[in-house]
Design a protein around this ligand. Structure first.
Ligand code: HEC
Length: 121
């Protein structure tokens, strides 16, 4: 079951990104260590909003979290493509975001990270 799910996520991602990169959510979970200081995956708030259910969630919409005006007004729903762009270069993808993180330059690591984020229901 999990295997089939992961396969579907990978296929969806490849279709969305038009990329030939393999997406490995297990590797993405390991890479998430660099996010975990600020982001929980269980709904609790930290320096950043929880990333539980991030895929398909409206940007800037976690109840009780004080977002920047930029993120609050971003007006889009997170998907594989927008997550990849944001993680690559947060300030470039969304001018005015206050996420204090430079970004992940490595495309493979981002593909894995996004695959992991899509499993956070
Ligand atoms: C030093 C703390 C910190 C680190 C490290 C960090 N973030 Fe963030 N993140 C934040 C903050 C703070 C915000 C809210 C920014 C704003 O309001 O503009 C945020 C926002 C986000 C959002 C938007 C969430 C929403 O509810 O719309 C996503 C997605 C995200 N971060 C993903 C990541 C990922 C993935 C990583 C690791 C590659 C990461 N962040 C690393 C602090 C951090």
């Amino acid at each position: 079951m999990l295997k089939i799910f992961r396969h579907n996520v990978a296929v969806l991602l490849a279709a969305a990104a038009g990329a030939a990169l393999a997406q490995d959510p297990t590797a993405g979970q390991a890479a998430f260590a660099q996010c975990a200081a600020c982001h929980s995956v269980d709904g609790s708030l930290g320096t950043g909003p929880s990333l539980r259910g991030i895929a398909g969630r409206k940007a800037g919409s976690v109840e009780g979290f004080r977002y920047s005006r930029a993120l609050k007004n971003a007006g889009y729903v997170w998907d594989a493509r927008s997550l990849d762009a944001f993680i690559a270069e947060p300030q470039k993808a969304l001018a005015g975001t206050l996420m204090p993180f430079a970004g992940v330059p490595d495309a493979q690591q981002r593909a894995d990270l996004v695959a992991f984020l899509l499993t956070l229901h």
